[in-house]
Design a protein around this ligand. Structure first.
Ligand SMILES: Nc1ncnc2c1ncn2[C@@H]1O[C@H](COP(=O)(O)OP(=O)(O)OP(=O)(O)O)[C@@H](O)[C@H]1O
Ligand SMILES: [Mg+2]
Length: 504
């Protein structure tokens, strides 16, 4: 009994002692050196845990995700890795993805650009070290923003795995090497594209919607096939050259690297052709904005975000696409319009829904608002037949930096077109001088001059083509002499642009 009591009292003292030590320890831990002590223990524990992990799994990995951070633009590193793997992966991988590449010559026509498919893995040896690449994806987040394409698609990524002993080699040398190689392959395989924002029926499966659809861009027109004043042509080429090499300049003055071109003139004077020549000269993609298919300013901005650098954004016949003749609407007026449309009779809804609500201010913001600075090296080109209809704000310097008038065929352009279409020097021909003289008196657009100079049968030669052109010009001259009402009626019937020169 005594022993039991003694043991009980001993345990009681021990528990008091333990409690005191615990309280003291807590005080010391929390108040005195607690930060350093915690770090000391944590460090020691982590180091041991890492050593243990390294013994079990000595491999490290780097992930290259398609969309980083805010997921607004796909990552350059991802694209570079994908291109790099087109060559690195094709030998060992069993499942490949095939895409068409650039067609530089006939031999390239049948070639495909191959890359590894999802779920595949490939080993690559770099300076004696073996690394492994794999391609995979994760499903999109449940809270994806419904309208935003990138957030609705699966999140693709490449994973690079390597042994810990190659850490410095991989991070300092191999990854930069992959990026360089990837960029070089991208340039080699790049196929220029013509994009349109007109949606294709049945292509939006409700899950993955592209705002732009594209076809390969292979327009044959170049500057040396475009008839215009040689000095003017040189000026444009010089301007494009300065723009292309203007990275440093734009950085220095703090300007977004973009430039606006306004091409104006009568139908058939080569405005669209000039866009093709510029795209071919700069080797840029072309985004053809069909504004009548863009329903709101937000949609217009979305299209802008999805365009790539080194591209031309074209707005053809801008005066027809939007009502730009009126003054800019105030915010209240725009809101009122919105409310009216929302409360509109449902029977009229389909008609209202198809109407573009892009406003002038939306377009002005597109050209030089904050969002216009995302991406670089981009030309914005407007074409119009009626420059006088455009709001001055739209074409002021800074928005449209270069204004190019495309005009009727003059003597120099005629010489150029005759040589190009007839493939021979016709300056010595007796009808050459006659045609030149008639072109001084009558306005004819290059498309019509070219059409008359085109051989229509195997029996056609330079003489018969020139004779046809002379006849057309003489007819036009006669028509020009008629009263304006009669002339208008005939023009409407023919659809050919013929115009009397001033004073004739
Ligand atoms: N200056 C030119 N040099 C060479 N070809 C030309 C020129 N102008 C027009 N053409 C030829 O005429 C055709 C029509 O030209 P284009 O479509 O570029 O005219 P446009 O000014 O854009 O007309 P629109 O205002 O109706 O859109 C093209 O096939 C083009 O080859
Ligand atoms: Mg055109």
């Amino acid at each position: 009994m005594m022993d039991a009591l003694a043991a009980y009292s001993w345990f009681g003292q021990l528990s008091v002692l333990v409690s005191v030590v615990a309280v003291c320890w807590t005080m010391v831990w929390q108040n005195l050196e607690h930060i350093r002590l915690q770090q000391f223990f944590a460090r020691n524990f982590n180091r041991r845990a890492r050593r243990l992990a390294a013994m079990v799994d000595p491999f490290l990995s780097v992930t290259f995700e398609e969309y980083e951070g805010g997921r607004i633009k796909s990552s350059d590193a991802f694209k570079e890795v994908r291109s790099y793997l087109t060559t690195a992966s094709t030998r060992d991988v069993r499942h490949l993805r095939a895409e068409c590449g650039a067609e530089r010559d006939a031999a390239d026509k049948d070639k495909l650009v191959l890359s590894m498919a999802k779920g595949e893995e490939v080993a690559v040896t770099f300076r004696g070290a073996t690394v492994w690449w794999s391609a995979d994806s994760t499903p999109p987040p449940r809270d994806a923003i419904p309208w935003y394409r990138a957030s609705r698609s699966e999140r693709r990524f490449f994973r690079l795995e390597f042994h810990e002993s190659h850490r410095d080699l991989v991070l300092n040398d191999y990854i930069p090497h992959v990026r360089r190689e990837g960029r070089a392959i991208m340039v080699k395989n790049r196929q220029r594209r013509l994009y349109t924002n007109i949606h294709r029926e049945g292509f939006d499966d409700g899950w993955y919607e592209e705002v732009w659809t594209h076809v390969p861009f292979d327009h044959p027109k170049t500057f040396d096939k475009l008839a215009m004043d040689p000095a003017k042509k040189k000026e444009i080429i010089d301007d494009l050259e300065m723009f292309r090499n203007g990275k440093k300049y734009h950085n220095r003055v703090g300007k977004p690297w973009k430039r606006g071109y306004l091409l104006y003139g009568p139908p058939g004077t080569g405005k669209s052709t000039m866009v093709a020549a510029i795209a071919n000269y700069l080797d840029y993609d072309v985004y053809d904005f069909e504004l009548t298919s863009v329903k709101t300013n937000t949609e217009l901005r979305k299209l802008l975000i999805e365009t790539k650098s080194k591209s031309i954004m074209v707005f053809e016949d801008i005066d027809c696409s939007l009502d730009l003749t009126g003054k800019r609407k105030s915010k209240e007026e725009e809101d009122k319009d919105d409310d009216e449309e929302k409360s509109a009779d449902p029977r009229g809804a389909s008609k209202k829904d198809t109407k573009s609500k892009v406003t002038l201010s939306g377009l002005l913001n597109f050209i030089d608002g904050l969002w216009s600075a995302c991406g670089e090296e981009r030309l914005i080109v407007f074409t119009t037949n009626h420059v006088e209809k455009l709001d001055p704000a739209l074409i002021r310097t800074g928005r449209m930096d270069k204004k190019i008038e495309m005009s009727y065929c003059d003597a120099e352009s005629f010489r150029f077109l005759a040589r190009m279409h007839l493939d021979e020097d016709v300056e010595g021909h007796e009808l050459f001088g006659v045609t030149k003289a008639l072109l001084q008196e009558v306005n004819m657009v290059p498309v019509d001059v070219g059409e008359h100079l085109t051989r229509k049968s195997v029996d056609d030669d330079a003489g018969s083509c020139l004779a046809r052109l002379v006849m057309a010009l003489e007819k036009a001259k006669e028509e020009a002499a008629k009263p304006p009402e009669a002339l208008q009626a005939e023009e409407d019937g023919k659809g050919v642009v013929v115009e009397a020169k001033d004073g004739n």
